[in-house]
Design a protein around this ligand. Structure first.
Ligand SMILES: Cc1ncc(COP(=O)(O)O)c(C=O)c1O
Length: 375
């Protein structure tokens, strides 16, 4: 019987306390106290015994409006941004529709597009400026184009959109009556956080998440914001009809209430870590950092010139050093075999481990790599 392929997630979760999690753009820098206290109180009050107020806690919805700076648009809570992305694509796309998107990208969204019978037109962005441009979006519009997918900043590259480019893309959406799906999951790490809804409120659906900025990926809470009519159209596909997990709502409320006090330090440490990763990569022959500085809390390390596979690097770093980075294949059909993605909203101690693990891994794999067969 063939050996099953190595399951990095199963391996890492089974050892979760020893693992340095640099694999899923999670955030390990947010002070834990306010979330812990709020959730402990909710547990003491046994709030889990009842259903939540189905439309979502009004204070939380107000905090979301204020945090996004979109007071006129309606926020809708879901179990993470992922659920929003599924609902939006399902509700707004029909068979034959085309969505202008990129490669690399957060491909889970592309899969949701396909479930609606629509398809993505992936513009190759693995070259400067490593993001879409208004000119390329404009040129890609065809008779079946229905939506533009604007992930800003972009997972996995860490590239972000200057304000003028967001505006230009939003204007294209307006001029051509296209929908604009603006995924702003990593917005708080951006050097120029700009919401397309500011320029095209009617066309834009903004997807946000508490997973990365508030460091609560495991609690699964996020949502989308749009005009009330659009929210109603999308909400028809809500399966979480009885409301989003009450403990997640309590935690997100506590986090958003206190966010102005801690987000600055989280971003400062994240950026310092990004510098450290680039400095480490610079010591390893054959490794480049295509996008630096990152506008998010992740970066990719292009390892193609080392001759090593990203999967081999992922496995060796995890098994030998307990440092979990991610091979690029699930993020790009064309370029995924060239890079590993490293996320870095982590403690300085985690960064120390990375700084040892990565060069040692590349060195070890190079010296032990089997010689390629002669041509
Ligand atoms: C661009 C992007 N959108 C959405 C998500 C999913 O976020 P959530 O945890 O809120 O479901 C991710 C997670 O990595 C992401 O990178």
């Amino acid at each position: 019987m063939a050996t099953p392929p190595f399951d990095a997630f199963q391996y890492a979760h089974a050892r979760r306390r020893q693992i340095v999690w640099m694999s899923q753009n999670t955030n390990h820098l947010v002070p834990a106290q306010m979330v812990r206290e709020a959730v402990e109180e909710a547990l003491r009050e046994r709030r889990y015994e009842g259903y939540p107020y189905a439309p979502g806690d009004p204070e939380l919805l107000d905090l979301v409006r204020a945090d996004l700076g979109l007071p006129a648009l309606t926020p809708f809570l879901t179990g993470g941004g992922t659920e929003s992305l599924y609902m939006i694509t399902r509700a707004l796309l029909a068979p034959g529709d085309e969505v202008i998107a990129s490669d690399p990208s957060y491909l889970i969204i592309h899969r949701f597009v396909e479930l609606s019978g629509a398809h993505t037109r992936n513009l190759d962005i693995y070259a400067p400026p490593f993001r879409l441009t208004a000119d390329r979006v404009q040129a890609a519009i065809g008779p079946h184009t229905k939506m533009i997918l604007l992930i800003d900043p972009l997972n996995p590259l860490g590239s972000g959109y200057p304000r003028a480019e967001v505006r230009a893309i939003a204007e294209i959406a307006k001029d051509h009556h296209l929908l604009l799906l603006n995924d702003v999951t990593y917005r708080d790490f951006s050097y120029e956080p700009t919401l397309a809804a500011e320029f095209a409120p009617e066309q834009t659906v903004t997807v946000w998440s508490a997973s990365k900025n508030c460091g609560m990926a495991g609690l699964r809470i996020g949502g989308f914001s749009a005009t009330p009519e659009r929210v109603n159209a999308i909400a028809r596909y809500n399966t979480n009809d009885l409301g989003v997990n009450i403990l997640s709502q309590v935690a997100a409320t506590a986090a958003l209430r206190s966010k102005p006090h801690w987000i600055g330090e989280v971003v400062r440490q994240t950026r310092a870590n990004g510098e450290r990763i680039a400095a480490t990569a610079a010591t390893v022959e054959g490794v480049t950092v295509p996008v630096h500085p990152s506008w998010a809390n992740m970066t990719i390390l292009d390892v193609s010139a080392t001759g090593l596979s990203p999967e081999a690097i992922q496995e060796e770093m995890l098994k030998t050093h307990g440092v979990f980075v991610r091979a690029g294949n699930y993020l790009s059909p064309t370029h995924g075999s060239k890079f590993v993605r490293v996320s870095f909203s982590n403690s300085p101690g985690d960064l120390d481990k990375f700084a040892t693990a990565f060069p040692e891994t590349v060195h070890r794999l190079r010296t032990h790599a089997p010689t390629p067969p002669a041509a």
